[in-house]
Design a protein around this ligand. Structure first.
Ligand SMILES: [Zn+2]
Length: 341
């Protein structure tokens, strides 16, 4: 149930400025995701009680075919892992964010695609829940006050209290804002994980107040002894490895879950912001990268590894549900994104 991704979608425009990116919010119901919603699986809570059945009979190396639980929640089973993609937001990525490419070059690279207008590409924000035999993991927390995130978690059949671990890929706002709601921890029982380098850059060596937002979001967890730092390469829980993916930020990391049987799944955070450009051109960096040279090198390496090992991949800014695989092009230049759904 995979294919090369192509979407037709229109958006309501309501722009906000993050200092990092401008988003225009669209209703999830306008997207292909909504059109593909599986009616039989649209009830909140069903995820927990889902039994292996026709849709899951393919579980194994490739994982089962996924289902939309709602317009913004997609479930896929891989081995003994249940993956829930949570749509946090959608918006626009301006061409000017892509370094070193002219408007005409971008148009030529993308070709005919309804995700592109005169000056921008469709952009996505996804978070992910992973139910493994050892816990319920949330990978990144999206943007905003957590309302959208909580709605998604509930539609998946869980509550914020069920989350045992929050795995942060890095400290940009679209990944950490959902840690708090009304100034309080949204995940009262969870341990929050991040790399030592990320903490050092944003919080310990806070210069020009660049870490103010991160400090505020993480403070309640640290105060309660539920904030833990690691050196990438360590396993932080059984079956959960951490991978150094520095560049986009100095401590940006990925989390590799081994599924027990079947393929592993890599949550790679912000390795790709513009999927229509950066798979074919991994060397293209974005203005949000703290170190664009290192970010491009890291992207090239992890794309190669992901293709060679045939990982399942989950990306924060890949088209919802943000799950798929990477295939090397036969030309030897660049990759294709093989989107789940
Ligand atoms: Zn991001």
């Amino acid at each position: 149930m995979t294919r090369v991704f192509f979407l037709g979608r229109s958006f309501l425009a309501l722009f906000i400025s993050l200092g990092l990116i401008s988003f225009s919010f669209g209703s999830p119901s306008l997207g292909m995701a909504a059109e593909k919603k599986t009616k039989a699986s649209a009830k909140p809570g069903q995820a927990k009680s889902a039994k292996p059945g026709a849709a899951e009979s393919g579980a194994g190396a490739a994982g089962s075919a996924g289902v939309f639980i709602s317009a913004g929640v997609y479930k896929k089973t891989i081995g003994d892992l249940e993956i829930y993609a949570l749509s946090d937001n959608r918006g626009r990525l301006e061409f000017s964010v892509l370094l070193g490419l002219t408007r005409d070059q971008i148009r030529a690279m993308v070709g005919q695609n309804s995700e592109m207008d005169n000056s921008s590409l469709t952009s996505y924000i996804n978070a992910f829940l992973v139910k493994s035999p050892v816990g319920l993991f949330l990978v990144d927390t999206g943007l905003g006050n957590g309302d959208t995130l909580v709605k998604g978690i509930k539609e998946a059949g869980f509550s914020p209290e069920d989350v045992t671990d929050v795995l942060l890929t890095h400290f940009h706002r679209d990944h950490i804002d959902g840690l708090l709601s009304g100034g309080k921890s949204l995940f009262p029982k969870a341990t929050v994980w991040a790399s030592k380098n990320e903490d050092r850059y944003w919080i310990k060596d806070n210069q020009n107040n660049r870490g103010q937002s991160a400090e505020t979001k993480i403070f309640p967890y640290r105060r309660d002894g539920r904030y833990k730092l690691f050196e990438p390469g360590q396993a932080i829980r059984p079956g959960v490895e951490t991978i150094e993916l520095y560049g986009h930020t100095p401590g940006h990391v990925g989390y590799l879950f081994t599924s027990g049987r079947g393929r592993d799944i890599l949550f790679w955070g912000d390795i790709v912001h513009a999927y229509l450009i950066q798979f074919q051109s991994p060397q293209t960096a974005v203005t949000y990268d703290v170190d664009s040279t290192v970010a491009a090198e890291t992207r090239s390496k992890i794309l190669k590894t992901s293709a060679e090992r045939d990982y399942w991949v989950a990306g924060a800014h890949l088209p919802f549900p943000g799950l798929g695989r990477v295939k090397a092009r036969s030309s030897g230049q660049g990759y294709d994104w093989i989107q789940e759904r």
